[in-house]
Each structure stands twice: as C-alpha cells, then as structure tokens.
Design a protein around this ligand. Structure first.
Ligand SMILES: C[S@@+](CC[C@H](N)C(=O)[O-])C[C@H]1O[C@@H](n2cnc3c(N)ncnc32)[C@H](O)[C@@H]1O
Length: 255
C-alpha cells in the first residue's frame, strides 16, 4: 500500500500534531505523526483511501459494505471535528441524501431516518444495507416529519444535488429540535454540472445556514466534485425564545 508523507510546518508540539492528524484523516488513515520540536514541524504519514478506522478488510461483500458504512460515520464526525465516536448514539438522526453508503444504518442512532429520492431504486437493486434505518423516498425540500422532531441532520455532499437548497434548509430548520445540530458538508467554489446543479460560494452557504448558529466552519482542500473545496459547517438551532403558549388546545381543555 502506498504511503504519502506530508511535511507540516508550524506543528512543533503534540497539540499541533493532533490538529494536523484530524485535519488529514478525511484523506486516509494516518499511519504516523512525528513531531520535531526543534524544527517546529511534523512529518505525517498517510495511507490514502484506506478505510477510516478499520485496517482489516472483511472477507464478504456485505461485511465490507458495513465497514464502509462505519467508515462513513467516522468520516462525517472527523470532518466535523466531533471527537465522540458514538456521537449519534441515543439521538434521532436524519441524513439528507445518504445514497447507498449506509451511514444511517451504521450510526448507532436511537432512530435513523434517511431522506433519499432514489431509495426505491437503490432498494430494488439490493444496494441498501439491511439495517434499522427508515428511508423516506422523497426530496428533502418537503419532509413528512413533525416540527422539532430530529436531533441531528447530516447533509454530506448532497445539498448541491437537490432541486431547491433554500427549501431544504428551511425544512432542516423546521425539523431540528432546539439545540439540535446540522452537520453540513458541501462543495464550494465549483461550477454547476448536470449532477451537481448548484455551485455555492462560502457566502452562499453562510446565507443558507443563517437561521442556525454556526459553531464551526472549516474548509477541506479536496472537493467531492471536480473543482473547489469542501466546506464543513456545524450549526445549532437555538432554543426558541417564543413565550410558551398559555392557551390549551381545545382537545385537552377540561370543559
Ligand atoms: C453524491 S450523493 C451523496 C452520498 C453520500 N451522502 C456521500 O457523502 O457520499 C448525493 C445524494 O443526494 C441525493 N439527492 C438528490 N436530490 C435530493 C433531494 N432533493 N433530497 C434529498 N436527497 C437528494 C441523491 O439521490 C444522492 O444519493
């Protein structure tokens, strides 16, 4: 297996090295980081394309699909710089546009939902993992979910594929619980293509997520498509400041 070695300047301590390690993880498994404190730099060895976290390759196709699904969970968390490997555990997760990768199934979420217009075709072709996720065969522009019913929304490499990104973000804001998180990863700085009809700038994405409070934003210099870079945004829906209603709905009125 090929190893790529990076020389990183201004990384002369363990804490810089660990930031370099997490920044490079999306590009492959980090084999080794050696810090040279005298020279204020580090050498990072990377195995490109290796499954994140699982060096052994499973024997069967089905098991390898599950390995890749687990790797996708780690990839999404690592891109978002979320350290807890069980972050989705106990939460209601919604992925927008998972394709056949299997993040919802491998997430460990209390309830894993997936909004994927291609779901019936992926299912008919036997491409969906046999797990506990619930696929909704619709676009994320209008989701058959209650207001404030979801803890985490993941949208990785899908927002530039949808018909109406603004409608999707409005739906994300609607379905997220107060305190809920959006983990968004989308290309910026590219050109529209048939597959990815929306080409965003960083400011476009900031405008789209403006109803949420951005906790973290980072750029990864390797686009999903052909041009630009990935922009990763982690944003939270603030707790509602609306006064609680004092009027009981008719059907629970005691009279
Ligand atoms: C490039 S794939 C991304 C797969 C996976 N999330 C990943 O990171 O590799 C984009 C996905 O977005 C889905 N998609 C397209 N339009 C959509 C829409 N309106 N709502 C939700 N998903 C959509 C596509 O069917 C496709 O599965």
């Amino acid at each position: 297996m090929t190893t790529v070695v990076f020389e990183v300047e201004q990384a002369g301590c363990g804490s810089c090295a660990s930031r370099v390690r997490s920044a490079l993880e999306p590009f492959g498994a980090v084999e080794d980081v050696q810090v040279d404190e005298q020279a204020d730099c580090a050498t990072v060895s990377l195995v490109p394309g290796a499954s994140v976290g699982e060096p052994e390759v499973a024997d069967s196709y089905e098991d390898r699909r599950w390995q890749e699904a687990r790797a996708q969970v780690q990839r999404v968390l690592s891109e978002a710089e979320i350290d807890d490997p069980d972050f989705f555990g106990g939460r209601v997760l919604l992925e927008i546009g998972p394709g056949p990768v299997g993040l919802p199934e491998a997430s460990g979420a209390k309830l894993a939902l997936a909004v994927e217009p291609l779901a019936p075709r992926l299912d008919a072709a036997g491409l969906l993992l046999r797990g506990d996720a619930v696929y909704l065969a619709t676009g994320a522009e209008s989701m058959p979910l209650l207001d404030e019913s979801v803890d985490v929304v993941v949208a990785r490499n899908s927002l530039d594929h949808v018909v109406d990104p603004a409608a999707v973000l409005a739906e994300v804001v609607r379905v997220l619980r107060p305190g809920g998180l959006l983990i968004l990863n989308v290309d910026v700085g590219g050109e529209p293509t048939a597959e990815e009809p929306h080409a965003f700038t960083t400011d476009d994405v900031r405008r789209l997520v403006a109803p949420l409070r951005v906790q973290r934003e980072r750029s990864i210099p390797d686009p999903h498509g052909h041009m630009g870079a990935q922009l990763v945004v982690v944003a939270m829906k603030d707790a509602s400041t609306d006064e609680p209603s004092t009027t009981l709905p008719r059907w629970i009125s005691p009279s």
